[in-house]
Design a protein around this ligand. Structure first.
Ligand code: ADP
Length: 851
């Protein structure tokens, strides 16, 4: 080929001095430029030049160029690479510098240095003939075998790499297309070589020498690769072996490749399949599972559905299809457990035992679901727990309060993101057996919403005819719930959907009397709290009078939950004292020992609850046991929250005490009335329901029609009570909604007091529905109401005659404290409510006039 067609580099080249890296012809290098000479070269030659020639520079390797300007030019390497500056990038951070991208063209030799400043320029001689790059035929003849050998090694090396990487495939093509003599330089810059070796290659100007020097480098690289691949393979084998030994354990190894992970996962799937096949799930479920696992095997792991399906299958395997605990029901033992765990609640315990006895005899669970209905804290949940204990079954509580989505019960379909099974299936998974006791807590607080009616979903769960094939939307196969013993609790039956109520047998759990509460506190709550706080009876003593004090002055509830909390507060306070005392005992101090003895004397005095002692006692270092008296109570719990005294609210006409029933137990309720000039309006306040409003109208009508009989007149002296008069009736507390007919007698009494100007007895409370004719009809919740009156310290209670039978439920000691007036009509109510009776005066007058 003619020399004229070859690429010629200029004979005068500006020199870029590099220290770290060596640029070989045919390769590209990025180099950072920050020495003053090199920076000058970039600025005044590369950035200002406009022709292609001006972008050609000479790169001189292995030359450390000092960064300070004044220094002389160092010794230059004799041979360099002429290069094309392809890209210049400037930056100011952290100091001004350029980054150059240069591509090597050919070797050159410095003949003479023409100038040194501001950057060196030299006269050079081109060493490689660039025309060879464009025409490769001649070289084969010249170098023959050597180049052939080199080529083979090069091919072998490239083929050891991953050909699926595009860069490798391109390199493989280049090997065939490039002239052979360009290969040593190019491959040397690709394979792993030191700068020194590269420098040697650069210095090997003769082609033959260059081939000879590069072949060992290639061979070295090939051997290195072989070794690497061998060790990697053996590690893979090792890992597989580990997977085989512990197939279901995930191995997190830094060097595990994706393939290996997939393999491991495949193993997991196989294990899962095995588990499915060996599990005791129903035939239908097995079919579904096997179908799903088939799909899972085909699915790539990265698919979101993969995780979903796998979770589903894992749940299916975990569910207790056939696993149950053995019932060990023995009625006598059950009675003992129930008695030991709970004081009082005789009716409830009796019914529970009956229920269990039938179960024992019939050996199946078909029958109504027990539903305990009563105020909070009366032990409904804990009776449920005891039932599980007596049966030797697992216990699981499902809180239904506020549940408004039927998927909560029945699960979400698996098509939804984040779908999961409902609470029933989840509960079964948690307990791990298929015959637990499930306590459906607060069924009365189920709500409805757009997401369906959870009560309707519960129907299927609770129906013994249906629940052997309960289908959760998530599982999508039937699960047999017939072995599960369901018990429900509620505060009131009023808000339980009728269909649900129909499937349940309601057992009322009324509130406790003060005496029962004291017993419960001493038998159960105090020992439990002592245990919780790490105290012993040797360290703290709570006498019964104190418990009574807590019950009457610090709590007003039907159950014992607040009482339990107050006892907890006392235990906490005492625990601090005991811990302090222990600390001091560890370092006995004379003065403190003396004080301790003092304290003992104080406590001995305080043992009588009425005795007056100083609250400061508690601050003294405790000498065991610490006795909790009224002063200690006040110190720990603060001033009493409730006052026993109700009589002072009854010191003017127009006030009467009624008895109300709420889901939280019985309550006493003040009814207030006032009259003012007006146009005969009746105003009712206190968030009353319709039935209660009607009771108020009934009461007014009855009084108006009987005003003459009783000589009742309004402020203007008229027997027509609404004549020029407005009446206002108020039922505190104003923010609590009230309804029901049982306030009728109270309203009549209250108004009778208002119009007669007489005071209602301060110790009398009443309940009863009225009719227009003045009859008193029976009402519900008598036991709770009576207990509330007893709690409030009232003495006389007026109840409808037909409620007499309900009095039997009330404990004898409560009955002893109270006088019951059984009223059949309003005359009797009024007679009992006022001191000295409420005589009918009209008839006397009538008789008089006759005389
Ligand atoms: P509920 O479910 O009715 O709201 P819980 O069952 O949670 O009430 O009872 C609250 C606490 O009162 C529990 O610690 C329970 O042990 C205790 N308790 C309630 N009634 C009794 C009782 N009759 N005997 C012993 N402990 C009781």
């Amino acid at each position: 080929m003619a020399a004229g067609s070859a690429i010629q580099i200029p004979t005068r080249l500006p020199l870029l001095l590099t220290h770290e890296s060596v640029l070989l012809p045919g390769s590209t290098m990025r180099t950072s430029v920050d020495s003053p000479r090199n920076m000058q070269l970039v600025r005044s030659r590369l950035l200002k030049g406009t022709s292609l020639r001006s972008t050609i520079i000479g790169v001189i390797p292995n030359t450390s160029d000092p960064t300070s300007d004044c220094d002389d030019l160092p010794n230059l390497h004799r041979i360099g690479t002429a290069a094309l500056a392809v890209q210049v990038v400037g930056s100011n951070w952290p100091k001004p510098h350029y980054t150059l991208l240069v591509t090597g063209l050919c070797r050159f030799q410095i003949l003479q240095l023409l100038k040194e400043k501001p950057y060196p320029v030299a006269e050079v001689q081109q060493l490689d003939r660039l025309e060879q790059f464009t025409n490769g035929h001649k070289s084969e003849e010249e170098l023959g075998e050597l180049s052939e050998q080199f080529y083979k090694y090069a091919v072998q090396l490239v083929e050891m790499l991953d050909m699926s990487v595009p860069a490798v495939a391109k390199l493989r093509r280049l090997l065939d297309n490039l002239p052979r003599e360009a290969l040593p330089d190019i491959l040397t810059s690709i394979i792993r070589t030191t700068n020194q070796e590269k420098l040697q290659i650069l210095d090997a100007v003769r082609l033959e020498e260059r081939f000879k020097m590069t072949i060992p480098l290639l061979v070295r690289q090939i051997e290195g690769l072989k070794l690497l691949q061998k060790t990697r393979k053996s590690k893979q084998d090792d890992d597989k072996r580990v997977v085989a030994i512990r197939p279901n354990r995930r191995i997190s190894h830094g060097s595990i490749t994706e393939d290996e992970e997939e393999e491991e996962d495949h193993d997991d799937v196989v294990m899962l399949e095995k588990k499915i096949r060996t599990s005791s799930m129903s035939e239908q479920a097995l079919k579904v599972c096997l179908k799903e696992i088939k799909r899972l095997k085909k699915m790539p792991q990265s698919m979101p559905e993969y995780a979903l399906t796998r979770n589903y299958l894992e749940l299916m395997v975990e569910l207790p299809w056939n696993k149950s605990t053995k019932d060990r029901l023995e009625i006598r033992a059950a009675r003992i457990v129930l008695d030991n765990d709970h004081y009082a609640m005789e009716k409830l315990k009796k019914r529970v035992l009956e229920y269990l006895a039938v179960r024992q005899l019939k050996n199946n669970l078909k029958g109504p679901i027990l539903c305990f209905v009563g105020p909070p804290g009366v032990g409904k949940t804990s009776v449920g727990r005891s039932i599980a204990k007596t049966l030797g079954r697992e216990f699981h509580r499902i809180a239904l309060g506020g549940v408004c989505d039927q998927s909560d019960i029945r699960g979400h379909r698996r098509t939804y993101v984040g779908s999961m099974p409902g609470r029933i299936i989840n509960g079964l998974k948690t307990v791990g057996v298929n015959n637990p006791v499930f306590l459906l807590d607060e069924v009365d607080k189920l709500a409805k919403s757009l997401q369906g009616d959870p009560a309707a979903a519960l129907l299927e769960v609770l129906d013994p005819e249906q629940n052997h094939s309960f289908t959760d939307h998530y599982l999508n196969v039937a699960f047999d719930l017939s072995q599960v013993l369901f018990i429900a609790t509620a505060n009131t039956t009023a808000t339980i959907p009728p269909a649900l109520l129909d499937r349940m047998e309601v057992i009322q759990v009324p509130g406790y009397t003060q005496e029962e509460k004291i017993e419960i506190a001493h038998r159960h709550l105090i020992p439990k709290q002592l245990d919780l706080h790490g105290l012993t009876p040797q360290q703290i003593q709570i006498p019964q009078v104190t418990t009574l004090g807590i019950i009457t002055r610090y709590t007003r509830e039907a159950g014992v939950r607040a009482l339990d909390r107050k006892l907890g507060a006392i235990c906490r306070a005492v625990a601090v004292k005991v811990a302090e005392g222990q600390h001091k005992e560890a370092k006995p101090d004379r003065a403190e020992v003396g004080e301790g003895e003092d304290c003992k004397e104080h406590i001995a005095e305080d043992a009588k609850p009425e005795s007056i002692s100083d609250t400061a006692d508690l601050a003294l270092p405790p000498e065991m046991p610490i006795l909790i008296d009224f002063h200690a109570l006040k110190d720990i719990l603060g001033p009493p929250l409730y006052d026993m005294e109700v009589s002072e609210r009854l010191n003017q006409p127009g006030v009467a005490i009624g008895l109300a029933w709420t889901p939280l137990g019985g309550e006493i309720m003040f009814v207030e009335a006032s009259q003012m000039d007006g146009e005969g309006q009746l105003t009712l306040t206190g968030q009353l329901g319709d039935v209660m409003k009607e009771s108020a109208h009934l009461a007014i009508s009855w009084l108006r029609s009987n005003a003459k009989r009783y000589q009742l007149t309004n402020a203007s002296g008229s027997f027509d009570l609404l004549d020029n008069t407005d009446i206002h009736l108020h039922f505190p507390a104003g923010a609590v909604t009230k309804d029901g007919p049982s306030a009728g007698v109270t309203i009549v009494t209250c108004l009778a007091s208002l119009f007669s100007g007489r005071l209602v007895c301060s110790d009398v409370a009443m309940t009863g529905e009225i009719t227009l004719r003045g009859l008193v009809l029976p009402v519900g919740g008598i036991k709770d109401k009576v207990l509330a009156a007893h709690r409030a310290g009232l003495k006389r209670i007026i109840i409808p005659q037909r409620n007499e039978k309900d009095l039997e439920e009330i404990a004898a000691h409560v009955r002893q404290d109270l006088t019951f007036v059984l009223a059949g009509c309003l005359d009797e109510v009024l007679n009992a409510a006022f001191d000295g009776g409420f005589a009918v005066k009209a008839r006397l007058e009538h008789l008089n006039s006759k005389l």
